[in-house]
Write a protein that binds this ligand. Structure first.
Ligand code: G1P
Length: 290
């Protein structure tokens, strides 16, 4: 895909409290769905759009992410010696990507994490991908968003309708539908159900322009005492059009235990080696359910 979006920021400094104790000393971004860590799905999704430069925002206990994307010489030697070429090929698939790691020294929120990437992004448009929002790999959401961006040359944010009872977990937008997109008028981070302007939630895929950095620089803490990307985007909306793109495929909230399990089941059912045995198991299991 030909695009002006060359870089993706992958925020990975969050504490992952919803998965404690699993995330006490290891990154939630490294939690696997079947056999691949969440952050690798995000990287592969970007690669399928021609994005090869990644800026990963890390923090304490996140070194496993760097090791994961590094070459593992001894492991590779062993695999080669035992003729395990398929796994070797799988491991080497990501050899051509460029990675920069920035440590967010204090966990000040998503907006601050994005601001940390500024010196590496400079004045280019870029993608932001939150690894715990997993998109079905068969559905090209990011590609569709980039296509919208290339037409409008304005920020594009992924949206999904959520039940009213869940609006407090998301950034919620107020927008007006204009053909295939929403022109966003306002947005609010994690509102109470009676304060939510709609049930259109922001999902962790953004195509942003560098103007956001100037706003983030001065952004005051918002919901949860954190510097919120949503609050900065709310200010941006007053200066330049910002579009919402309603997602049309399957998305899993893998930052939530139920969503994580749903992703695991669906991905296992689509996995060539696992699907038959796993389906058999599930059918038996369903029979036993109370
Ligand atoms: C972040 C954003 C929120 C968005 C959500 C999507 O929240 O701040 O606006 O709706 O991602 O997953 P978090 O899940 O990091 O609390």
């Amino acid at each position: 895909m030909k695009t002006t979006i060359k870089k993706a920021i992958l925020p990975a400094a969050g504490l992952g409290t919803r998965f404690l104790p699993a995330t006490k000393a290891s990154p939630k971004e490294m939690m696997p769905i079947v056999d691949k860590p969440l952050i690798q799905y995000a990287v592969e999704e970007s690669l399928s759009c021609g994005i090869k430069d990644f800026i990963i925002i890390t923090g304490k206990y996140k070194r496993a992410i760097e090791d994961h994307f590094d070459t593992a010489y001894r492991l590779e030697e062993k695999l080669r010696a035992s003729g395990k070429e398929t796994i070797l090929k799988e491991l080497n698939k990501l050899n051509n990507i460029n990675l920069a790691y920035i440590r967010q020294r204090v966990p000040l929120g998503l907006g601050h994490a994005i601001l940390c990437a500024r010196p590496f992004v400079k004045d280019e448009p870029f993608a932001v991908i939150l690894s715990d929002d997993v998109i079905d790999p068969g559905y090209p959401l990011l590609k569709e968003m980039i296509t919208v961006y290339e037409k409008k040359k304005c920020p594009v944010i992924a949206l999904q309708e959520v039940p009213k009872s869940e609006v407090h977990r998301y950034g919620i937008v107020d927008g007006k539908q204009e053909g295939a997109v929403y022109k966003i008028k306002n947005m609010v981070e994690k509102p109470a159900p009676d304060k939510a302007p709609s049930n259109l939630a922001i999902i962790g895929r953004y195509i942003l322009t560098p103007e956001i950095f100037k706003i983030l620089e001065r952004q005051k803490p918002g919901a949860g005492g954190e510097i919120q990307l949503t609050d900065a985007l709310k200010s941006l909306v007053k200066k330049t059009p910002v579009y919402g793109y309603l997602i049309k495929g399957k998305r899993y909230d893998a930052g939530d235990k139920l969503g994580y399990l749903q992703a695991t089941v669906d991905f296992a059912l689509k996995n060539k080696e696992l699907s038959e045995g796993f389906k058999k198991y599930l059918v038996e299991k369903v029979k036993d359910l109370p």
